[in-house]
Structures are given as C-alpha cells and as structure tokens.
Design a protein around this ligand. Structure first.
Ligand code: 26V
Length: 813
C-alpha cells in the first residue's frame, strides 16, 4: 500500500493533486472553499493512517473503553486543532506559503459544527481532545443534527435566528460506517409470553428507524491515539417502507418516513429551561439505543457473551441526564436481547454507568410525562416501573415511613419520570463540575441520596483544552511563551507556572502587552468584516460572553454601564480610562426576557454612541453570533472577564478559564469555578464581589429580600431604572423594558422580585469595578496580575480534569 509522506513537498503535491482531480482547477483558479477542502482532506489522509493503527491497537490491547454520551458536542472547527495535535502546523504553514495560499482565508472556509448550546457541549468537546491526548480509548456519541444551533443576527437591536446549515457543503471530517447501521424502535405494544419457563417480552407494531453512524477522528496531541466521535443519523428503513405501503397503509408508511426525517433535524436551542417535548425524548432515546447496541456488538465481537465482564471492558459516561435512558436501555438489551435475568442485568448496568450533573436550576431538570414515555417507549417504561419499585423499596429501609421524602427521590412520581433521580439512583458514580457545585449537590439537590451512599459522589472541576484555547487561539502569546519558558506547556499545561518570575520582568511585560494589542486588532478585523464596527485597541476590552440567561446577570453589567453613562453625562470633570464593553450571547428563541435584555444592551450602545463625551469613555458592542470560532478570537483580546452569576447558580463555567488562560482578569462572584480561580491566583489577582452562595440560599429561605428598598435608597439605580420607562432608551417605544422593570421591583406571576439579586449585588459590583479601574491605570500592576493569571491557568487544562475522571471514576488502564 502506498503511504504518503506528509512533509512539505508531500503536502503540496497532495493539495495540488486533489484540486486537479476533484475540481479540475489549479491553486490559483481554485475558490477558497476548494482550497480548504483540498487542504483538509490532505490532513484527513494523514489522520486515516493513524486512525487505522489506533483501532487495531485497541482490539489487540483488550482494554476498557469509555463511551461518552452527550446530546451536545460543540466541536468548533477542526483543521487548525488537528494540525496542532499532529504536530504538523509548521509543515502545512510552509506548504501554504510556497503555494501562495493564505492560511487564514482558508481556515474560515470550514463551517463550524455547532452541535451544542453552550458550556455542557463545549466541555464534551474539550474532553475528547484530552482523552485522545492522554491515550484513553474512547468514543464520543451523539446525534448528527442536520441543523446546529441557530445563527444569530442582530437587526434593529434585536436577535433574529437563522438556520445553521452546516452540512450544506459536505463534511470533510466524517465517514459513514455502513456496517454499524442498526435499528431503533418506537411505539407499539408489548407482548408477554413464557418461553422455556422464562417470561419474554416482544414489541409489536412499532415504528422502526435506521440509525446510521458517521465517524469523525479525534486526534490526540503528539500521540498515535486517534479516537472517534460518532454521530448518529436517522433514516427511514430502505427509504420508504414498501411493505407497509403495499398493504395500503399509506399514512403509516408516510409517518415513519416523516418521523425518521425529523428526529435528527435540529438541535434544541434551549439550554436552561426544560420542556417535555416528545421529539426531544425521541432524539435522546434514538442515539442512546444505537450507541448501546453498537457497544454490545463490539463487546461481543471481542469477548463473546460473558456479560459479567462488561463493567471491566466498558464504561458509559452520561453527560447530564439527557442520555439517562441508557440505564433502562442497557437493562432492556441485556434481558430481551441477551437473555439475562433482571438481577444480573441491573447489577451489570449499575457498574457500567457514571453520571455528571451540570446544573442545579430546577427549571432545567428533566422530567418526562409518564404517559408520553409509556406510549413512545413502552418497554423502557416497564423497566422504569420495575426500577422505581426496587429503588423505593430500598429507600424505604433507609428512610422508613418518610413517604414525602421517598416521593421526592422516586424515579416515577406525580405523573413524571424524574431523570436526575434515575441517574443518581442507578449510576455507580455521580459527580459535580466544580468544588462548590459538588458541595451543593451533596448538601442540597441530592442530599437525601448522598446520605444513602456518600461514596459514589465526587466533585471534579471542569477544564478546557489548552491546545485549542491557548496554542491554537492565541498564536502570538504561544510564541512569546515558547521563547520565554520553552515548549513544555504544550504537553503539560502546569508548566505555565514557569512564567511566574517573568511577571517581574519589564521587558517581558512589554512584549506581553504588545501581543494583547495585536489580538485586539485581530478581533477588530472580525467585527469590521461582520458588523462594520472598528474596535479601538486603546480601550480596555471588557467582555461578557456566554449564553444569555437571567442567572448569568448580563443585566447587572448593562445596568452598571448605564450608571457609568449617567455619571459621565452629569459630571463634566469625569475621568477614567476608556472602556469597551463587549457582549457575546445567544438567547433561547422562546426566552422573552433574555431577548429583552439583548434589546436593552443594544439600546444602551446606541445611547452612548450618540453622546459625544460619553462615547470618549465608553463603548458597547454586541458581537453577533457568538460561537466557538468567535470565542477563539475574543478570549485572546480580553482584558477583563465578567463572570457575574448569582452565587450558587453557575455549576462551573468554563469561559472563565479560557479568559484567564489568555491573560484577562476576572471580575466575578464566588460561584462555580470562579472560586478555584480565586484559589489559584490569590485575592490580589482577581476582583470578587457580591453575596456568597450560603447568603443567597439564606435569603431565598427567609423570603425577606426587598429590592424596592434598594430602589428607594440608591439614587443612581433609581435614576437608571426610571430612564427605562421615560423614553431615554427607546424614544419610540418608552415601555419596551416594562417587563424587566416589573421583574426587578415587583416580581411576576407570584414569583419573587429580582430573583437573581441584581439590585442586591449592584453596590458591591460597582465598588469592585472602581477598584479594578484604579488598578488598570497602573500598567505595571495590571500586567503583573494578568501574567500571574496565565501562569496559574494550567490547573484548568482539561488534561487534569480527565486524569481525575479516570483515576476516580473510569479506571481505564
Ligand atoms: C439543559 C437542558 C435542559 C432541558 C432542555 C435542554 C437542555 C439542554 C442542555 C442543558 C444543559 C444545561 C446544563 C449546562 O449547560 N450546564 C453548564 O455545564 C457547564 C459544563 O459543566 C458548566 O460549566 C456550566 O456552569 C453549566 O451551566
């Protein structure tokens, strides 16, 4: 077999050859998209050789394999991160140079697979990178959504959603794996029979859908390990079920086709508010069932039918409760397909499944209507009933006669299937994503379960892949670091600590500053191209980038900007360094209040722009369509990272880590992983404000919080809120922000006023801002703090996170 040599001349030959063979063009006449395809498929060829070897090695080694199940993987573009992990960046750069190809123009031709909403999906993507880099055999499993998260436009200050057709030009990185196509069944009725003295269950009159897997390679950094991201696509059987059609059941034949077509059509864009949508449940079961069928097939191929061996060879990690039906589905497969009895099936399943919780927000916890589950997945529902019966029986011995408590802990209760309870009761491991979040799980949300089995709970702080978020996203800083402390941090992010002494080195600080400036200009090119806005690198770049949600408190930031504006307007002697506030956030399309906050921010931007003096000190820019690629340009340009969630609400946050690693200082609450950033850098290198989580909890319990009292006593807040209703912000529609006003001061529909304590924390936030601006004006002090942040960010590499998961949970090799 001819093997290609991927040195500079081999790369050039391959690119030129592909352009000629695929498109009949030369490098000069090719479109940027054609050049991208030719380059990317060259990289793919290079990966293929490793991928094959990796698969053979895994089969040979007979080790344990991790299946990471997640409804979201927010991968971002692959080309550059693959080049980095293959250690081929230099060779390709040189090949591009010699072919006169602009690498940047080529990279942006890659459509970004936006198969995720936010933190949870991006974490899954970072994990895959670390798993391969640490040589841990693993497969990410998810749904091949035809449409990823919507693209966002801002029109007249408002969010408009557009479809994300990321597959329109094909996907260079995936291959269809025909031999692993399998079937998933929905609906129908259960028939029970006794065969050889054993009760057997069969499903009749079900809808059957083909699950078609597409595999994407996940390359590890400087290693031979290439793992797989498998995305499942739904197809109707043989296109159109002719048998059904032939029987004259046209409607049914059509229904099946429609259902198959729709199942992987679109990613749901809500990431904080759960709704019992039948289609979403079908999506989840679809990819879970297909994944488990494949995993058992692969297991049997290697080890035959000894399923007691399964927990030694396989671990299924479920990313939040969304893939939680893996639990009853594995039991179903072991019993109905493999012929095991209930007890061994449940015992084996328990030992194979681990669960991570990612949110404690009540409204985000999944609870399916029991009727819906019974109709759509009758056999799964039967198994849930049995699991519930056994689980409640066990709980009853631990909490005798405490029926209320057991009702709260039950898998089935009050007409609903409670997914978190299912996962906590049945998984062998339950973990939180930061120290604080872990504590809230064991002391709050899952406390009653914690008391029954404390050993299975853990907290493992999230991480980010420093290869994408530093090496790839910030080439300027990476180069400077390599020249200063060597390239040890490429492999081991903790080596960034070597940077610490250079905080005292004035020459280094100056270079560090120069890199930041260039990164600001890079970002400005993006906003210029996309929105026609130029950013002034002399401004402080102060960024809040994350999904738009009340608990994340973009409103606190905006309200404070408005107060600053008023100070400037009123005080002709006002002086402060000029500050650019950048917002990047998508709102769930049905989240009215979040969309209103977007309007508010854009109205503020306009108000400030139209004031000659205020616009010398302040600028607000709403970055359109915040996604992974935007983040990669945004993080390296930031001076300030705003992490304002109400304490106790943000499970971890991972954007906070990306900013830190790129030298931004955090302005934040003691929430999620901000707490650990604080511990890493020390109090003098971070700006902490606001109530602590316990205080917040206490205020909810007591119910005595009265934001109106703050409104009455704080003139700056009163002035700003009054401007919401007097036409200052929306001259043509003075009542536009009425809902926000009401929410803050009166509460809505019986809910408490200002439930996220925006007004309560405002004073402390404002003070922290003041401290920060004073420090910023002393360049030396500020630069030192920024450098300490980079130096201490190694802890937040997802390599550390994955090592901890493996030591504490998966125990692979
Ligand atoms: C929740 C839901 C609720 C039901 C509707 C659909 C849907 C889709 C996604 C989610 C995920 C919400 C949980 C989430 O994204 N949590 C975030 O996880 C990050 C990674 O652990 C963490 O850093 C963030 O703090 C946390 O909000």
């Amino acid at each position: 077999m001819p093997t290609t040599n991927f040195d500079v001349s081999g790369i050039k030959q391959s690119i030129v050859g592909k352009l000629q063979r695929y498109y009949g063009v030369t490098v000069k006449t090719a479109t940027p998209q054609q050049r991208y395809k030719a380059a990317a498929s060259t990289v793919r060829d290079q990966i293929m050789q490793k991928w094959m070897v990796s698969r053979e090695q895994r089969a040979h080694a007979q080790g344990k394999r991790l299946y990471y199940l997640s409804v979201e993987f927010l991968m971002g573009r692959s080309l550059n991160s693959n080049l980095i992990n293959l250690c081929s960046q230099d060779a390709y750069q040189e090949a591009f140079r010699e072919l006169d190809i602009d690498p940047n123009a080529l990279m942006i031709e890659e459509p970004e697979p936006a198969l995720g909403n936010g933190g949870l999906g991006r974490l899954a993507a970072c994990f895959l990178d670390s798993l391969s880099s640490l040589d841990i055999p693993s497969m990410g499993c998810t749904i091949r959504y035809e449409y990823g998260l919507f693209r966002q436009k801002i029109v007249d200050g408002q969010q408009v959603e557009l479809p994300d057709m990321w597959l329109a030009n094909g996907n260079v990185w995936e291959i269809l794996v025909a031999e692993d196509i399998c079937q998933v069944h929905f609906g129908g009725e259960i028939r029970e029979a006794v065969v050889d003295g054993r009760r057997v269950f069969t499903l009749e009159n079900a809808y059957t859908i083909d699950a078609v897997p597409y595999d994407m390679p996940i390359v590890g950094y400087d290693t031979d390990c290439v793992n797989t991201l498998r995305t499942w696509s739904a197809h109707s059987r043989e296109g159109f079920d002719l048998k059904t059609f032939g029987r004259g059941e046209y409607d049914k034949a059509m229904d099946e086709m429609k259902m198959a077509e729709v199942i992987n059509k679109v990613l749901y864009p809500e990431d904080s508010h759960w709704e019992g949508k039948m289609l979403r449940m079908k999506q989840q079961y679809f990819f879970v069932s297909a994944t488990l069928q494949y995993a058992l097939k692969d297991f049997k191929r290697q080890y035959g039918g000894d399923f007691d061996l399964l927990p030694e060879k396989v671990v299924f990690h479920i990313n939040d409760t969304h893939p939680g039906l893996a639990i009853p589905e594995l039991i179903r497969l072991l019993i109905d397909q493999e012929g095991l009895d209930w007890e061994p099936a449940q015992r084996i399943t328990h030992r194979c499944v681990a669960y991570t919780n990612h949110t404690v927000l009540q409204e985000a916890l999944e609870r399916w209507p029991q009727d819906m589950m019974r109709q759509t997945l009758p056999r799964i529902y039967m198994i849930l009933e049995e699991l519930n019966r056994r689980s409640c029986e066990k709980l009853f011995t631990f909490y005798p006669d405490q029926w209320d408590r057991i009702g709260q802990m039950a898998i089935l209760a009050y007409g609903q299937v409670h997914m978190a309870n299912l996962c906590v009761a049945l998984a062998f491991s339950v973990n939180g994503v930061s120290q604080l979040h872990g504590k809230i799980l064991t002391e709050g949300l899952f406390h009653d379960y914690y008391m029954t089995d404390p050993a299975k709970f853990s907290a493992i702080t999230n991480g980010i892949t420093h290869r994408r978020w530093l090496l790839s996203a910030n080439p300027g800083l990476t180069k400077l670091l390599r020249e200063t402390i060597g390239d040890g941090f490429y492999r081991d992010a903790q080596a960034l600590e070597k940077l610490l002494p250079f905080a005292e080195d004035a020459a280094f600080r100056q270079q560090f500053d120069a890199v930041k400036r260039i990164n600001k200009q890079r970002l400005s090119q993006l906003t210029q191209r996309r929105q026609g806005i130029t950013l002034d690198p002399d401004f402080i770049f102060d960024v809040q980038a994350k999904r738009l949600h009340e608990y994340k408190r973009q409103l606190l930031n905006a309200l404070h900007i408005q107060v600053l504006y008023n100070r400037i307007v009123e005080d002709s002697g006002y002086d402060a360094p000029p500050r650019l506030f950048l917002f990047g956030a998508k709102a769930a399309p049905g989240y009215y209040r979040a969309k209103l906050i977007i309007r508010y921010i854009n109205a503020l931007a306009k108000l400030i722009d139209s004031h000659p003096r205020a616009s010398k000190f302040l600028k607000v820019v709403y970055l359109e369509n915040y996604d992974v690629s935007t983040a990669e340009l945004l993080m390296p340009a930031a001076d300030i990272s705003q992490q304002l969630s109400t304490a106790g609400k943000e499970a971890s946050g991972t954007g906070n880590m990306k900013f830190m690693m790129n030298g931004a200082l955090t302005l934040g609450t003691m929430d999620g992983a901000n707490v650990e950033i604080y511990e890493q850098v020390g109090a003098e290198n971070i700006y902490i404000f606001g109530m602590r989580a316990e205080t917040v909890e206490g205020m909810y319990r007591e119910g005595t919080y009265n934001p109106m009292a703050i409104f009455e006593t704080n003139g700056e807040i009163r002035r700003a809120l009054s401007q919401w209703l007097d036409g200052t912000l929306f001259p043509d529609e003075p009542m536009a922000l009425q809902d926000l006003y009401h929410m803050l001061l009166m509460g809505d529909m019986g809910g408490m006023a200002d439930a996220y304590f925006v007004l309560k924390d405002f004073g402390s936030y404002s003070m922290a801002n003041r401290r920060m601006m004073e420090d910023y004006q002393n360049r030396e002090i500020w630069q030192k703090k920024a450098i300490v942040n980079v130096a201490k960010s190694g802890f937040f590499s997802s390599d550390r996170t994955i090592r901890e998961y493996n030591e504490m949970i998966w125990k692979i090799r």
